[in-house]
Design a binder for this molecule. Structure first.
Ligand code: 3PY
Ligand code: MG
Length: 263
């Protein structure tokens, strides 16, 4: 299957086909993401915050996602805006930045991910030119709209500042992290990503994103949760991690084998 990889940002913003479903991979193996990208995912996120990707493996992972005809997204470690810029240079179509709690955080993110006049991204998109198939001048003129900058909202502070974060020029949207948000909203008492408190926060975040004309994404622990998010109107959702999907697939195969053997 091939998609228009360079059209990713436009398709995301238009919410084509009722929203996107993305893979989510923490195991730093480019071949693994290439396999996963053969499935019906619209894109794959390489998670550098809690996953084990380093810059070299991530650059290779981005190439292997694109080799499967899909655009790649990278989630950077907290506050590592220099990594955001390098990942865009390596050909990432979007950056997800965790723990963006204020307009100042959002501006720092934009500074690293958008060329002037929006930011101060430094020039050097060596692999991105190859992957996007664009001459340097065309990449310079279009990169700010071809790539997507997404701020994670996953604390009480961020939720309170959501309008200020969304108002920052160059922030294309937000990504709700329901695990951290549930911990924050309960003052550390609960890990409850599927709770009513999170549903309420998601509804608020969705309304604010729509008011600002920006995209909203969220992490879903499994396919059912991802489906609920899409039904709610989110633009890009995660349907669980690669490890959860791998282990669920193994469990299903073992159960199927035992069921027939024991019948
Ligand atoms: C969260 O739920 O806190 C996330 O960061 C998603 O991985
Ligand atoms: Mg988080």
């Amino acid at each position: 299957m091939t998609t228009d990889m360079n059209g990713f940002a436009g398709r995301l913003k238009r919410r084509e086909n009722g929203g996107m479903i993305s893979g989510w991979v923490g195991i730093p193996d480019p071949m693994l993401v290439n396999h996963l990208a053969q499935e019906g995912f619209d894109t794959i996120v390489l998670d550098m915050q809690h996953g084990m990707w380093d810059m070299t493996s991530a650059a290779s992972g981005i190439a292997h996602v694109r080799l499967a005809g899909k655009p790649a997204i990278a989630r950077i470690p907290v506050g590592d805006f220099a990594a955001a810029s390098r990942l865009l240079d390596a050909g990432a179509s979007a950056i997800i930045a965790p723990m963006i709690n204020s307009a100042d955080d959002a501006r720092a993110l934009v500074k690293a991910t958008k060329y002037p006049p929006l930011g101060e991204r430094s020039w050097g998109p060596s692999l991105a030119l190859n992957h996007f198939g664009l001459p340097a001048e065309d990449y310079l003129q279009t990169a700010n709209s071809l790539t997507v900058t997404i701020a994670m909202v996953e604390t009480r502070t961020a939720l309170d500042a959501i309008d200020e974060i969304l108002a920052v020029d160059g922030i294309d949207g937000i990504f709700v992290g329901p695990s951290d948000l549930s911990i924050a909203l309960s003052n550390g008492a609960r890990l409850a990503p599927d709770s009513a408190a999170i549903d309420q926060a998601l509804a608020t975040a969705l309304a604010r994103c729509r008011a600002h004309g920006k995209v909203i994404c969220a992490f879903g622990g499994d396919g059912a949760r991802a489906g609920e998010y899409l039904k709610l109107g989110l633009d890009l959702v995660i349907a669980g991690t690669e490890t959860a999907q791998l282990r669920a697939g193994a469990r299903t195969a073992i159960q199927a084998a035992r069921k027939i053997a024991d019948s």
